[in-house]
Design a protein around this ligand. Structure first.
Ligand code: ZN
Length: 633
């Protein structure tokens, strides 16, 4: 007979659980979350509050960007002129500004997470002229990679602004991924313009190198961008196309406009239309003009042969607001012929279910490319033979609309705040689309099996570890592990409370720059519970999932099952019993069983018949060692 652990923890019957969750924690179990000194300072300065809200002194900086970019394939040189009015809302006098030149990742010698072949390498971004308040200021191109610090001739005082201009050019990379050439006349322009780095209240200047592993961190800016391309090229991009009537021929313009109120997909322009030069105005160069306010970035795709489909979908039932859904692709990509429908479903589902916040932008465009990458109002996704997978990738990238874009996440340092949520929404939409069992298998296969089957201590590093310090562990710390934590929190709180907490966080922080502590503190504050024991074990400790059965005894109401939490993550688990008569029963245990004692718990299984054997079933919360999950009489 296996040993029963001392019964220190609560008995998780449904009725006693609710009572215990509401009871205050014993002082000995109260947990403080690790708090970096910079975060502590933010509380002292009142830019953030310990209850998770932005503080009365919260601030963030802002830019107004006007850019004209010229791309004339086959000439690989992309040229830009740019004007930034940068507003210093901080209480600090800025003697210098840090700029981001992300495309310098293509320069030989740039700090880089992976290798780079000759197709990838370019001379990077060349700044030919830089002015500050109209005055030319020298700019060093040599040995400048993705960060460039420029001293200002006159310091920028708090609540003042500075006007910056640039003339720049770069050579588009022959190897397309997040940006670059998709084919010789289909180019994806992203991260292409010099921008002021984020200067924030808890970290100062963002000087983290872009190494092509971690992603981005951007201010909310206003953009006015004109993209000049040869006639017969279409440009898709972030924001409102404000001069459709100037660049499109009347028939195509009429189809495009009709799509804004159409539930079904309209073929705005086909490959045949482009071949017969029936889409754009005569040129020779057309200027496509886009505008967007309060967005963290702008991206564009241009092509002279991609099909263009569009439709729209109601994303807000209160205002009946529709969002435009567009797709641009090679006619040979069979799945993409359905992409407007897939993407419309994503907008509809995300708006009405999880996160259950109306899609916050006017449009999305999914472009066929090699990346599987999100941009504000854009996605660049591969074509797949399996349309289920095509829809899945589109849903994931569109889910990013909320995290990181709407929520202003620092993806470089805290990627788990955006990839973790996109992975969570992707799972929940899959449950709705394909049912619990298939969604679970899908999630296990793509998101967590690789992690739980890798015994490297790197994979156990805490999720809170700054992403720019991670190599091997980055992917699992950003995607699967935090997503399991969010879904375990949903299981712990129940859907209604979890949604209230999530909406509380989103209401407080959208359009701003929340950090992990703002999320954890908001959940505690909104739910009125101290969940630090849960957050610490999931996000701040070296941990993984391994639960074990340590003993089973009879009780007045059935059985008591002693469990051990070897890995440390407080995951939900199902106890599946097989009765002596061959029938079976399932007893779900929420993470609450680990509240009083993270390592051992004894749970009540109110089985009405004699039990012959039992085992743990983990669902998405995959377990490192299933050999210790079984008990037999
Ligand atoms: Zn993602």
């Amino acid at each position: 007979m296996p040993t029963i652990f001392p019964r220190r923890s609560l008995i998780a019957t449904t009725s006693s659980l609710a009572v215990l969750l509401l009871a205050p924690l014993p002082a000995s179990n109260a947990q403080q979350l690790y708090r970096p000194r910079a975060v502590q300072r933010a509380y002292e300065e009142g830019t953030r509050l310990p209850d998770g809200r932005p503080g009365p002194k919260y601030w963030q900086n802002h830019g107004r960007y006007s850019i004209t970019v010229t791309a004339l394939p086959p000439d690989r040189t992309v040229r830009g002129t740019e004007r930034i009015v940068y507003f210093n809302n901080s209480p600090d006098t800025l003697k210098a500004l840090n700029f981001k030149l992300f495309l310098n990742i293509h320069k030989p010698g740039a700090p880089r997470a992976g290798g780079a072949d000759s197709l990838y390498l370019t001379p990077g971004v060349t700044v030919n002229r830089f002015t500050v308040n109209g005055q030319p200021v020298p700019w060093r191109n040599a040995n400048t990679f993705t960060n460039h610090r420029a001293t200002l001739p006159t310091p920028l005082a708090p609540h003042d602004s500075v006007t910056l201009t640039f003339d720049w050019n770069y050579e588009i990379s022959l190897e397309g991924n997040r940006e670059g050439m998709i084919d010789s006349t289909t180019w994806f322009l992203a991260y292409f313009y010099p921008r002021v780095a984020v200067y924030d209240d808890y970290n100062g200047w963002d000087t983290m190198d872009f190494t092509d592993a971690q992603e981005f961190y951007s201010d909310f800016n206003d953009y006015d961008v004109t993209v000049k391309v040869p006639a017969n090229f279409v440009v898709w991009g972030t924001g409102t196309l404000v001069n459709a009537d100037e660049v499109l021929q009347p028939t195509v313009l009429q189809r495009f406009r009709a799509s804004f109120s159409s539930d079904t997909t309209i073929r705005v322009a086909t490959r045949a239309d482009l071949l017969s030069k029936g889409v754009t105005t005569a040129g020779p160069v057309n200027a496509w003009h886009f505008r967007a306010s309060n967005v963290p970035d702008m991206a564009f795709n241009l092509s002279d042969h991609y099909d263009w489909d569009a439709g729209s979908v109601v994303v807000d039932d209160v205002t009946h607001r529709r969002a435009s859904v567009q797709a641009a692709y090679n006619d040979t990509a069979a799945d993409y012929h359905h992409m407007v429908r897939f993407a419309s479903h994503a907008l509809d589902w995300l708006s009405h279910n999880w996160p259950g916040v109306p899609y916050p932008y006017e449009k999305t465009t999914v472009v066929q490319g090699p990346a599987g990458m999100e941009y504000p109002m854009m996605a660049n996704d591969e074509s797949y033979a399996d349309t289920v997978f095509s829809a899945f990738v589109a849903e994931h990238e569109i889910a990013h609309t909320y995290f990181p874009f709407y929520m202003g996440i620092n993806e470089t340092r805290y990627g788990f705040m955006d990839e973790g949520w996109a992975t969570t929404f992707e799972y929940l939409i899959n449950v709705a689309n394909m049912g619990q069992q298939r969604a679970t298998e899908f999630y296990q296969q793509f998101r967590v099996n690789g992690w739980i089957n890798d015994p490297s201590p790197a994979e156990d590093l805490p999720i809170i570890t700054p992403g720019d310090e991670l190599r091997r562990a980055y992917g699992n710390n950003a995607y699967g592990k935090p997503s399991l934590g969010y879904l375990a929190l949903k299981d712990l709180l129940g859907d209604a409370t979890f949604k209230r907490a999530l909406h509380g966080f989103m209401d407080r922080w959208h359009g701003k720059h929340p950090i992990p502590w703002d999320f954890f503190n908001t959940v505690n504050n909104v739910t009125g519970r101290d969940l630090n024991w849960f957050f610490k074990a999931w996000y701040f400790d070296n941990s993984y999932i391994d639960l074990a059965v340590r003993g089973v005894t009879r009780s007045a109401n059935g059985y008591r099952v002693a469990l051990e939490n070897i890995g440390g993550m407080p995951a939900p688990v199902d106890i599946v019993v097989t009765y002596g008569d061959g029938t079976a029963g399932t007893f779900h245990q929420s993470p609450a069983i680990w509240q009083a004692n993270l390592r051992t718990a004894t749970v009540a299984v109110p089985a009405r018949k004699p039990v012959a054997s039992l085992r743990l079933e983990h669902g998405i919360w995959v377990d490192a060692d299933t050999a210790n999950d079984v008990w037999k009489r």
